[in-house]
Design a protein around this ligand. Structure first.
Ligand code: GDP
Length: 528
């Protein structure tokens, strides 16, 4: 009979990232069953300073070393070997929309590499990272990048970093610094050595005896293999055949692939792997935990029940206010969970009192027939981010008149949606006054029209304008200028100080002494 600690049971099937971090801290403090594990490294820094290039260069080097081949797909984590020691790298997306994910990503990492371009120096995101690292006491190695550039000034960058509180070893501090060129592959070996040195000092370890725990980095729906979850093993071992949960997803691990696509029977601490066998795609930051077969069976039957009730669900319950609002309904599909999260986060910041964006359904993977049907039922626009419709879905969309729009750039997607939302807004009426006329005489009073004469007291009268009639301090009516004459001849405009005749169309009866205010109205499309 195997016992499990009470505290673990308490946390139940849904361990959060914070809960996991607590467990890992306790594990470290207990000192029991610990074996060394590879360090987990993240690369941070200001945009364009070369984070992606550095990640790619290190990855390519390990592929060239013959450990794996033909990797073209985007992966959010990989491992490389240096002096027979493994190092795990995780990608923390640089887009501003991922700021929250970046911070959470950091909570997974053991070591941060702060990339600063030698030709640019300390920039806003560099400062943000320095602050975060200080706050969380995460070991950092500074990589001064782009030293191949003629305008590179590494010494000046170091000076700037020191001014921001980064204390380098060579100046009596603790922080290591390497000068590199990610593009030209200069200094990368030294950087890897520095990582191993920090790892040796920090001595990262994990429990080998307990059940494995992992964090989902991202997930997607593989058309052949089903839900695929990229996970980073945080402690112990996950094995093929184990029953697991991750947030709302669950299943039996059917297959484990390492980052290069190689099949594994088990995965150990710090390994980034792709797990297959979940019933649905788990969310980024969900924690993968092993459950008993019985636990899994219970989840399965619960899901079956839920499916029946959600099928009959048509949209959310709406408040009265919401019902009156004009709405743009969308069904959103993205390639990976991370993008989906980021897009939903940005879209949730669009605020308006008059219109609403309703995400009827969202998910990862290709746009399928079922997405088209959902969109059709809710008159929604079907949006794909790095996700294309299958050929069947495309045909179905054509016949059912569902519009599908796809994007590869987040801001373009957001802008397009904002534009569509803005088109739902009633246009703004912009009024421009051009002049005023003091009425000196009334020549003709018809049922719906009048001819009056007067002097332009301000600005000019423009033929075809709208007119407002002011008596004393009050506006008594409005109408339209049918014609404008000066010296008995038609005129397009009559300027200040001149006398003119106005053919007025409207029901209000103009009197001598009234003022006619001449103005134009334009409809302007609003933006969000
Ligand atoms: P990120 O936004 O930090 O991920 O930056 P990227 O990796 O996308 O790099 C931004 C630009 O800098 C790209 O055009 C890279 O080719 C270039 N770059 C990155 N590293 C180097 C380097 O070491 N030397 C030079 N000359 N250019 C580099």
């Amino acid at each position: 009979f195997e016992t499990t600690p009470a505290e673990e049971k308490l946390q139940g099937a849904n361990l959060t990232l914070e809960g996991l971090n607590t467990i890992l801290r306790e594990e470290k403090n207990s000192g029991k069953n610990l074996s060394p594990r590879p360090p987990i490294v993240t690369i941070l820094g200001h945009v364009d300073h070369g984070k992606t290039t550095l990640l790619d260069t290190i990855r390519k080097a390990s592929v060239a070393a013959g450990e794996a081949g033909g990797i073209t797909q985007h992966i959010s984590a990989y491992q490389t070997k240096k002096h027979k020691e493994l190092i795990t790298f995780i990608d923390t997306p640089g887009h501003e929309a991922f700021a929250a994910m970046r911070k959470r990503g950091l909570s997974i990492a053991d070591i941060a590499i702060l990339v600063v371009a030698a030709d640019d120096g300390v920039r806003p995101q560099t400062k943000e990272v320095i602050e975060y690292l200080k706050e969380h006491k995460l070991p950092v190695i500074v990589a001064i990048n782009k030293i191949d550039k003629p305008e590179a000034k590494p010494e000046r960058v170091k000076q700037e970093l020191a001014e921001h509180g980064v204390l380098f070893e060579e100046w009596g501090g603790e922080t290591m610094c390497t000068e590199i060129s990610a593009k030209k592959n200069i200094g990368i070996d030294k950087l890897l050595d520095s990582i191993l040195l920090v790892a040796e000092v920090e001595d990262f370890r994990a429990d080998q005896k307990r059940d494995g725990l992992a964090v989902i980095l991202e997930s997607n729906l593989d058309p052949q293999k089903g839900p695929a979850a990229t996970a980073l093993i945080r402690t112990a071992t996950l094995k093929v055949g184990q029953d697991v949960t991750a947030g709302g997803a669950f299943g039996r691990i059917r297959r484990i692939e390492d980052w290069s696509g190689k099949n594994l029977l088990h995965a150990t601490a710090s390994m980034p792997v792709i797990l297959y066998g979940f019933n649905t795609t788990p969310q980024t930051n969900d924690v993968v935990q092993v459950v008993s077969g019985k636990g899994l069976a219970r989840l399965r039957s619960k899901e079956a029940l839920l499916k029946d009730t959600t099928k009959s669900r048509t949209g959310k319950i709406q408040s009265e206010e919401e019902k009156e609002m004009k709405k743009l309904c969308i069904v959103l599909k993205a390639d990976v969970q991370g993008s989906l999260e980021a897009i939903e986060q940005i879209l949730s910041t669009i605020k308006s009192d008059e219109i609403a964006l309703d995400i009827v359904d969202s998910g990862v993977g290709s746009i399928t027939e079922s997405d088209v049907r959902t969109a059709e039922n809710s008159s929604a626009l079907l949006i794909g981010f790095s996700s294309e419709p299958t050929s069947v879905a495309k045909r179905l969309a054509e016949t059912s008149k569902v519009e599908i729009v796809t994007f590869n750039i987040i801001y373009k997607l957001v802008d397009a949606l904002k534009e569509r939302l803005a088109a739902l807004l009633p246009p703004e009426i912009v009024r421009t006054d051009s002049g005023r006329l003091s009425v000196l005489a009334v020549f003709k009073t018809g049922k719906r029209d009048m001819i009056v004469g007067g002097r332009v007291s301000e600005g000019k009268m423009l033929r075809g304008s709208l007119l407002e009639i002011k008596r004393g301090d009050e506006i008594v009516g409005t109408g339209k200028m049918q014609n404008l004459q000066r010296n008995k001849e038609n005129a397009d405009e009559v300027g200040q100080g001149n006398e003119c005749g106005v053919v007025f169309e409207g029901t209000i009866k103009i009197q001598v002494g009234d003022t006619l205010i001449c103005y134009k109205e334009e409809e302007k499309r609003r933006t969000l």
